[in-house]
Design a binder for this molecule. Sequence first.
Ligand code: PM9
Length: 457
Amino acid sequence: MEFPAEPFRVKVVEPVRRTTREERDRLIREAGYNVFALPAASVYVDLLTDSGTSAMSDYQWAGMMMGDESYAGSKNYYHFEETIRSIFGFRYIIPTHQGRAAENLLFSVALREGDLVPNNIHFDTTRANVLHKRGVPLDLVIDEAMFPEKEHPFKGNMDPAKLEKAFQVHGPGKIPLVMLTVTNNSAGGQPVSMENVRQVSAIAKKYHTPFIIDACRYAENCYFIKEREPGYGGRSLTEIARELFSYADGCTMSAKKDALVNIGGFLALNDEGWMDKAKNLLILLEGYPTYGGLAGRDLEAVARGLEEGLDEDYLAYRVGQVRALGERLDRAGVPFVKPTGGHALFLNAGAILPQIPRENFPAQALVVALYREAGIRAVEIGGLMFGEKEADGSEKYPALELVRLAIPRRVYTSLHLTYVADAVIEIFRNREKIKGLRLVHEAALLRHFTAQLEEVG
Ligand code: PM9
């Protein structure tokens, strides 16, 4: 057995349709070579994101029928709060409709113009929310993360020396909080070790600076700690999670990932002053603090999903599914970020398509090829997502050109992923035929969502 078989059976099915090559050729052109603009019904295997795309369990759906839709004090809120407190341990908890709303609240109360926010690597919405408050995001990941082929058990770690230096150069007065993203999505879904969490926490404490965890994929991170970090093999995942959050002062969470729901999030903090301000903003922007932009039934699904998301059999199967995809690609020589991450496999488009220059977005060109050839939707994590304009109008590109194949939770079977592996290998063998792209329209922030492109050559 390549990986643990699914620890569930299928009760409801959603048909997916296979389109023709000609249909996809037309659809991708009409979408301006941007897969965000494609109708989802034209996609056969949708690996755009693992966010909000989970299949909920019968237990979660049953909970949805127990929704208490009272405006204030819904019983589902109390279950939600109690479950979060039992895992994360923070004093104050407010729901938000998703992760970025929690980020907006946090940075609204914590940041002043010109402040710096260190993180291992900011996810794109986190980066955009820091910039929106006129802050400066600092990515302080360990150097190993910049070498896709390099194996490292905790390639998501922050470099403590870089964090220490940031405090010394800029001063604690300019750094209102330190963040750590677990797992580190932008570096390949790579985990952060408990030792690193401890080190980062100790530096933040030394400078009397709050330490906040971006907790979206904390359960997958805890599974890797149990699997790879000495001393944790015999501990339960709940114990590992409690220890991890005990070093922090709060967290932002997109429940759309490891809480196995289609919508939801929260902000949890120990600081009463910050939370009071965040609550006032929540009422203005999202809703009353016991529902925060969600229905009572959604809060119940999050509470139940958090319990299921820490199940060890489920996590062994999930991490194993991604690993098995990597093993297939590795046997065919396809370059990707190693080791495989918790939620996704990141193809190294820069190495696959060296003939396409950075200004012609090699990773986006690979995304287009995956859709056109096989009906697979992936996402670019390269120059289109993270390119920045210099003062002279030229583009500054991120270190890597990657394509993320994000695996939705409990949605696709191992045969679907075999189909994906075969398609990637076929495209890899014909890679010299792939054309680059040129931007014809871009927005000022988060341009990859709405960019329009055309093919060159
Ligand atoms: N992540 C993802 O696909 C969904 C949005 S972009 C298609 O990876 C981290 C580490 C994330 C994340 C979202 C958010 C924001 C914060 N931190 O999407 O607002 O990976 O719920 O969460 C996406 P929301």
